[in-house]
Design a protein around this ligand. Structure first.
Ligand SMILES: NC(=O)c1ccc[n+]([C@@H]2O[C@H](COP(=O)([O-])OP(=O)(O)OC[C@H]3O[C@@H](n4cnc5c(N)ncnc54)[C@H](O)[C@@H]3O)[C@@H](O)[C@H]2O)c1
Length: 259
């Protein structure tokens, strides 16, 4: 493997980069010398975060479900230089039961909203990243770029109430190998990380005792994951040319129970 720094002088797009796993990935990419374009909702802390991260970072407000917004993100990225990396972290939860407690059927609209952000949004980010990367000169190994998508262990063990979330994340897992095959002729790799329980603002909304008890459910280490541990794997995937078409669980061996 070419041990040279793959990131120096290149550009990365990080969706959901204003918070949590995306923000940690943006920080690691910057530390390696990449320029980073953070794509996150206009309502996010993206602008303040990019300011804090310095001149090599910028923020483009974007909803990952919008073709126009995401076109603007990749235009901004390719204006900065050669886009070699995508870390796609934007995502959301949203509980829906097939039969709600009052006996009514689960909301079709709520289901669609989660799938739209997590699954359509992933396809939107991936197709635009791939189209931009395909225009790159290949490196010595023939590679033009690499993409990391974010699923969840809920793709495999969805808990009660997680029908929309689990099915959207299973869609991301299902997309991974076929995307890698689809983009192989262009020298673009695609892998997915399926995180277990990570200590990010997503979980920070829960009371501390619940977060502690969630952490203790993890066989080893018996704690929540740190966002930087996700970022470390994301960068390894981007660096290692043999990783392709695979979803990697990052979960301390947890297997979620029905509830
Ligand atoms: N934290 C965990 O334990 C955990 C576990 C499994 C999977 N994940 C997945 O990891 C990803 C990142 O989660 P996190 O924990 O960092 O959460 P987070 O809430 O800290 O960050 C998610 C970011 O995505 C952004 N976002 C949401 N909808 C968006 C949209 N439509 N367009 C653009 N940006 C949007 C949010 O504004 C936020 O900044 C998500 O896809 C989540 O499903 C997280």
């Amino acid at each position: 493997m070419n041990e040279q720094n793959k990131f120096a002088g290149t550009v990365a797009v990080v969706t959901g980069g204003a918070s949590g796993l995306g923000l940690a990935s943006a920080k690691r990419l910057l530390a390696k010398g990449a320029q980073v374009v953070i794509a996150d909702l206009a309502s996010s802390r993206g602008a303040a975060v990019a300011d804090e991260l310095g001149a090599q970072a910028s923020f483009v407000p974007a909803d990952v479900t919008s073709a126009d917004d995401m076109n603007a993100v990749f235009e901004a990225a390719t204006k900065r230089g050669t886009l070699r990396s995508l870390v796609h972290c934007a995502g959301r939860g949203g509980a829906v039961r097939l039969i709600e407690k009052d006996g009514s059927p689960g909301s079709l609209e709520a289901y669609e909203n989660v799938v739209r952000v997590n699954l359509f949004g992933t396809f939107n980010a991936l197709r635009l990243a791939a189209a931009a990367m395909a225009r790159n000169e290949p490196d010595a190994g023939g590679e033009r770029g690499a993409c990391v998508l974010t699923a969840s262990v809920a793709a495999y063990e969805g808990q009660i109430g997680q029908v929309p979330y689990a099915s959207s994340k299973a869609g991301v897992v299902g997309m991974t190998l076929v995307a890698a095959r689809d983009l192989a002729s262009k020298g673009i790799r695609v892998c997915t990380i399926a995180p277990g329980l990570f200590d990010t603002p997503l979980l920070a909304r829960l009371p501390e005792e619940i977060r502690d008890s969630l952490g203790r459910m993890v066989p080893f280490p018996p704690r929540l994951g740190e966002a930087d541990e996700f970022a470390a794997l994301a960068l390894h995937i981007l660096e290692n040319p043999m990783l392709n078409g695979e979803t990697i669980r990052l979960d301390g061996a947890i297997r979620m129970q029905p509830r």
